[in-house]
Design a protein around this ligand. Structure first.
Ligand SMILES: [Zn+2]
Length: 107
């Protein structure tokens, strides 16, 4: 997967929407926490396209870091990298919190 430059990372972060990642507002501070932002950055640095449909993110359909097992029911996995996958907003909304399919693939 090669090295990602600083500029590329900045571009990735610009086209992702942190606020939209939070559908349930049980813990509104979580997505602004340093711990989450650092974890999110690490995940996006490794993979910055939707792992379901391959979309690379656009202003009307940004890519997001999704919790495979939702935070609402698996709070202890909120900051566990293996529970995170990258989805575009459309796929993420379609999936909803009731589905825990892991869409990650190798490479
Ligand atoms: Zn998608």
């Amino acid at each position: 997967m090669g090295q990602v430059s600083k500029r590329q990372v900045q571009a990735i972060l610009r086209r992702t929407a942190t606020a939209a990642e939070l559908r349930s507002s049980q813990d509104p501070n979580f997505l602004h926490s340093r711990e989450w932002l650092q974890m999110r950055y690490r995940v996006l640095k490794k993979c910055n396209w939707c792992q379901l449909c391959g979309h690379k993110g656009s202003p009307d359909n940004p890519i997001q870091v999704d919790h495979i097992k939702p935070r609402s029911t698996h709070r202890h996995l909120a900051l566990v990298e293996s529970n995170l996958q990258v989805l575009c907003r459309d796929c993420n909304l379609g999936k909803s919190d009731r589905d825990s399919t892991d869409w990650r693939r190798d490479g």
